[in-house]
Design a protein. Structure first.
Length: 687
């Protein structure tokens, strides 16, 4: 049993029932979430341990399983002693939840569960008092145990999202080097105050937001902004806490610390989006309202008819009434969604798609717009060599050999892309005789006696290298979303290398499938508009949100939601976490950060955009099975109620006793389970 078949008010029901003093169900608090999960697990285990002997001592155990256990006291008393803690301790969350629902004049699944449990328990006690031949404590115990198990499974799946906040905080280094009064000291990051001068060396994480004072460097902001390429920094430029310094040493003035930093604001946005997003309407709850009325009314009506008009005695009339209530209880209804969910998520797992809960399955099938983060989702998230433009007199292999040999001494991602490009082409590299990194501009090296200069336009201008012949081509490459890098040999321009974050092979097919399914594709990125629009044109995406700051991504998702769209968000970076939480369905590319994976409700472990459509198709198929199962469970019980109420007894002598009502509920459950297993046929469509 999952979200569709447990009480629908966890914010009120669970904490109060579990002794948390009425606190809100704050699943963003990891400690509280873990404590609540442990409590539900313990209640289930106690119920299970007591239900097994209850069934063994019941008429079901004797008549169906052929058990004849020793009984120092009457079996009815043994079952009463075993069932009482199951109902009033393990099952108290449902009873108290029903009380709250009735007090607010609502009928939900908690009322339906409590009705079945208390009807079976109280009627059994009454029958013991009046000397009835049969009791059915086992029905109450089994119902509590089954529902608790489902609730425990649901809470385990929900708890994973709370780990996102801890992952966010892990991006901030615990200590930092601060210069105060001319003296450098290592301080806890929490002790940095606005105005402090922070010293940042290569490889270190930026502890707080600030503004560069001295030095030049390139900083990898991918985890925070989603940008795949490091951003060059010089005096006056901003730095963001949580980003990584890749090359030069700098000092910067702390401008925002603590809760004011961009990273802390992202944490706050995740919390806000998670707490403000209302849970989807559960399928079973839509049926629960009417089943509660039906179950209660059928029991009362049956008893009154047999007592007033059927000439039946108290015990016979009560037996018919309890049979009617028991068969109306939600055993099959409880299985309707979790069996379909279990099969559906199992299929998804075999295709490396992790769908975290039943509500997500329901939501996926309804999406009408999907927002895709460019970097790491539509693109590989790693720059690679895409173009080589030659000046007269140079060959491609020789230019690339010299450039890659020079860049081999650098750890800059652009350098790595050039080196990898040479290796892919089978070009052997030569060890550099000298090497120097020119922070923010490029590198200079000596290879085979030649001076190799690689970098941007400013570096070439500073070294009096004429790049005029290649300027137009460089501009064209920039318009196409690529980063041009000039190569000069012995003071003369030799060529131009272009580097870009390459589009994933399956990205275009994915966009085409969205269009075929009637789903609007929207690209969102922190990249500049020219680069973003170049990628969008290549993929066939019409709507682009470019130059979007991390804290703005959730706002763009909300904008689409205000347009009446059901929005899914796909991303892989820390900057995507608030948008993933804000979206109706958050989908994380598996190669992304732990934060994105934990915040999202769907995780694509293969980092293949086509898996977005696979999960959508699987969702639609699973929801169809859920609806079929709910319809079957409801209709089956409705049709069985008159038989349990004794409509066939006067003429045909057919009496459906409570234990047989319980057995027929099991038949209904089997049908539901078999129908869910048939969902495996959809696997052929996933490819």
């Amino acid at each position: 049993m999952t979200a569709a078949s447990v009480p629908a008010q966890p914010p009120e029901l669970v904490p109060a029932a579990m002794g948390h003093g009425g606190m809100s169900h704050d699943m963003s608090d990891p400690a509280m979430a873990a404590a609540m999960e442990r409590d539900i697990r313990n209640r289930f285990l106690v119920a299970l341990l007591l239900t097994i002997p209850t069934v063994a001592y019941s008429s079901m155990g004797r008549n169906i399983f052929g058990l004849d256990l020793p009984s120092p006291i009457p079996n009815d008393w043994i079952m009463l002693l075993l069932t009482t803690p199951v109902v009033f301790w393990s099952g108290w969350i449902f009873i108290s939840g029903a009380y709250r629902a009735l007090r607010h004049r609502t009928l939900d699944m908690s009322v339906l569960i409590a009705t079945g449990v208390l009807a079976a328990y109280i009627a059994s006690v009454v029958l013991m008092v009046v000397g009835g031949e049969e009791v059915f404590f086992e029905a109450a115990a089994m119902l509590v145990t089954f529902v608790l198990f489902g609730h425990w499974m649901e809470m385990k799946s929900r708890r994973g999202t709370t780990d996102a906040l801890r992952a966010l905080f892990d991006l901030v280094p615990p200590t930092a080097t601060v210069s105060r009064g001319g003296t450098e000291m290592e301080l806890p990051t929490a002790d940095i105050v606005a105005g402090d001068t922070v010293v940042l060396r290569p490889g270190e994480k930026v502890p707080v937001d600030g503004e560069v004072l001295t030095g030049q460097t390139s900083i990898d902001e991918a985890l925070v902004t989603g940008e795949s390429l490091p951003v060059e920094k010089e005096p006056g430029d901003p730095v963001i806490g949580g980003s990584i310094n890749r090359s030069g040493a700098i000092t910067f003035r702390a401008t925002r610390v603590g809760s004011d930093t961009a990273l802390a604001q992202i944490v706050a946005l995740v919390q806000q989006a998670q707490s403000s997003r209302a849970p989807g309407q559960r399928l079973a709850d839509r049926a629960a309202h009417y089943l509660v009325i039906l179950a209660v009314c059928s029991g009362i009506f049956t008893y009154l008819v047999w007592s007033l008009f059927g000439g039946a005695g108290f015990v016979l009339a009560l037996t018919f009434a309890i049979s009617a209530v028991v068969i109306a209880c939600p055993d099959a209804l409880g299985l309707a969604t979790p069996t379909a969910v279990a099969v559906g998520t199992g299929i998804a797992a075999r295709h490396n798609i992790l769908i975290k809960d039943a509500a997500t399955l329901e939501g996926l099938s309804d999406i009408t717009a999907i927002v895709l983060d460019k970097t790491g989702t539509l693109t590989a998230g790693k720059p690679s060599l895409t173009d080589i433009v030659l000046a007269p007199g140079w060959s491609e292999n020789e230019l690339l050999r010299l450039a890659a040999s020079a860049e081999a001494g650098s750890e800059h991602p652009l350098s790595e892309a050039i080196v990898e490009g040479a290796k892919t082409r089978g070009i052997s590299l030569t060890a550099a005789e000298t090497f120097a990194a020119i922070a923010g501009h490029g590198i200079e090296a000596r290879i085979d006696g030649s001076t190799v200069l690689i970098g941007n336009t400013k570096l070439m201008r500073d070294r009096s290298v004429d790049v005029g012949a290649l300027t137009a081509r460089a501009d064209d490459l920039a318009v196409a979303g690529r980063t041009p890098v000039y190569v000069a040999i012995d003071g003369q321009i030799a060529g131009l290398l272009a580097i870009a974050d390459t589009i994933r092979p399956s990205a275009r097919e994915t966009i085409d499938q969205f269009r075929g399914a009637g789903i609007e594709a929207v690209m969102i990125t922190g990249d500049n508009r020219r680069t973003a629009e170049a990628v969008a044109r290549e993929l066939g995406i019409d709507r682009v949100f470019a130059e979007v700051l991390p804290e703005e991504k959730a706002n763009y998702v909300a904008t689409l939601q205000r347009e009446g769209k059901k929005v899914a968000m796909v991303g892989d970076g820390v900057n995507d976490a608030p948008a993933l939480a804000q979206a109706d369905v958050g989908i994380a590319i598996g190669a992304g950060t732990d934060v994105a994976i934990e915040t999202a409700r769907v995780v694509l472990m293969r980092s293949d955009p086509l898996d977005i459509m696979r999960s959508w198709r699987l969702s639609r198929a699973t929801v169809r099975k859920m609806k079929q199962n709910l319809a079957w469970a409801s209709v089956y019980n409705i049709l069985a109620i008159p038989i349990a109420a004794g409509i066939l007894y006067p003429r045909f002598g057919v009496m459906l006793r409570p234990e047989w009502s319980a057995l027929l509920m099991s038949v209904s459950s089997i049908v539901v389970a078999v129908n869910a297993v048939l969902l495996r046929g959809v696997e052929r469509e996933l490819g």
